[in-house]
Design a protein around this ligand. Structure first.
Ligand code: HSO
Ligand code: ZN
Length: 431
């Protein structure tokens, strides 16, 4: 982690950049896969599974027997159940009441939420089977009332799916599971195949191919949760922070992938140095130390002159995860504008949010927390507005609509009001 002492603000944009990777060939590959899957459906999907995952899958739908046969330890089951409980509790509480207002006498407007009927969840396989992501996506999808929930995840070389993924999916009530990963999964959920249903919105993390494929899916009218990128964490720590704890948090995000980025910010160089010593010690004992080491190369530690400057830097970086361990904790909480999820105090590890405290771990990366929210109950809902206007209401409102329609040169719009007003006037004596 490169160290910067009181860098000038003019140097911040450069300093706060995410590591970039060359995206050669990405677009060509993706567009080819999309058009093949659109034209040939299941056959194309199977061909790409063979090519990229190295396994022949005849029927991509996971059978009930396979799901039932999945065994995991009792301890893991218990942990997943507890996490499910907390995530359910927190997301259930996000339900909002119908907004209903009489904007003027006789004019009633209201807004109700409706589920997005068909949603697709993408769960990466790869170096770590992220079954926790199923909890983060399937629980709010169920709570929202989505009726068709499709889950795609890549098969391993022997054609199987990790038992914890199968167990968690079944626990969340997901029945439509497919052994399909990568771009072929995203295109299958975009167009639908003989086996895999098309969906209206696709959720979930993935590598750069999956991310770019999700973005392409939007060209075909499919919505996506957010443009996802490599994991990141920014920690602000002062003298109150326990160095070993902070180091473990930094490493927990660094171990995700070589392009993950962690940022350590402090008002004290001594604090920063102590934490870095801990990072070195802990890193050495990690099974994924090679990955974490690479991630640390693109990571930074920064000394700033004050808490105010730290806040400015945080809001400019807009981290996915932000940990605050500071005397002036309340000041930070009040002033953080841009962050996906915030973790406060020595005893709040970032992994609590990754797994089990209740908050969602599907969060905006790459600075997108400036304009995007993390996944939450509303991500699976949309709002529909309603209105009902009485005769009295249109009598009062109508003349104003007529004037506006007239000014926009839209006669039919005006007529829609005028006819009603005339009818009310004509019938007035008998009313
Ligand atoms: N930190 C990741 C989520 C995750 N961590 C899953 C462990 N498992 C992105 O927020
Ligand atoms: Zn994580």
């Amino acid at each position: 982690m490169k160290k910067y002492i009181n860098p000038k603000k003019s140097a911040w944009p450069q300093l706060l950049q995410r590591p970039t990777r060359a995206l050669n060939d990405l677009e060509t590959t993706i567009s080819e896969i999309f058009s093949e899957v659109q034209r040939k459906g299941d056959i194309a999907v199977a061909t790409y599974t063979q090519k990229f995952d190295g396994v022949t899958i005849n029927n991509s739908q996971v059978s009930e027997e396979e799901i039932n046969a999945a065994t995991i330890s009792e301890a893991l089951k218990k942990a997943i159940l507890l996490a499910k409980d907390n995530i359910e509790t927190f997301h259930k509480a996000q339900k909002t009441a119908t907004v209903r207002v009489e904007t003027m006498p006789g004019v009633v407007c209201w807004q109700e939420k409706r589920p997005i009927k068909k949603v697709g969840l993408y769960i990466p396989g790869g170096t770590a089977p992220l079954f926790s992501t199923i909890l983060m996506l399937a629980i709010p999808a169920k709570l929202a009332g989505c009726t068709e929930i499709v889950l795609c995840t890549p098969p391993s070389k022997d054609g199987t799916i990790h038992p914890a993924i199968l167990f968690t999916a079944a626990l969340c009530g997901i029945t439509k599971l497919y052994k399909v990963g990568g771009v072929q999964a995203i295109s299958a959920m975009t167009f639908g195949t003989e086996t895999i249903p098309a969906v209206y919105k696709i959720f979930g993390p993935g590598n750069q191919f999956v991310t770019a494929a999700k973005q392409r899916a939007t060209n075909y009218g499919v919505a996506i949760d957010m443009p996802a990128g490599p994991s990141e964490l920014l920690v602000f720590a002062d003298e109150t922070a326990i160095p070993a704890f902070v180091a473990s948090d930094l490493l927990s995000q660094a171990e995700h992938g070589i392009d993950s980025q962690v940022m350590l910010v402090s008002t004290s160089e001594i604090v920063l140095n102590n934490i870095m010593i801990e990072v070195e010690t802990q890193l050495d004992k990690l099974p994924r130390k090679e990955i974490a080491k690479q991630a640390l190369l693109g990571s930074k530690s920064i000394v700033v002159s004050s808490e105010e400057e730290a806040i400015e830097l945080i809001n400019q970086y807009a981290p996915e995860h932000c940990t605050i361990i500071a005397k002036k904790e309340a000041f930070f909480v009040q002033n953080i504008q841009n962050a996906g999820s915030v973790f406060i105090g020595n005893y709040t590890p970032e992994s609590a949010g990754d797994y089990a405290s209740g908050t969602n771990h599907t969060l905006p990366t790459n600075g997108y927390s400036k304009q995007y929210s993390g996944v939450n109950l509303d991500s699976f809902l949309k709002s529909v507005t309603f209105q009902k206007i009485s005769e009295k209401g249109i009598e009062a409102l109508g003349p104003f609509i007529e004037i506006m329609a007239d000014a926009e040169g839209l006669q039919a719009h005006k007529n829609a009001v005028s006819l009603r007003l005339a009818s009310i006037r004509n019938n007035a004596p008998t009313r």
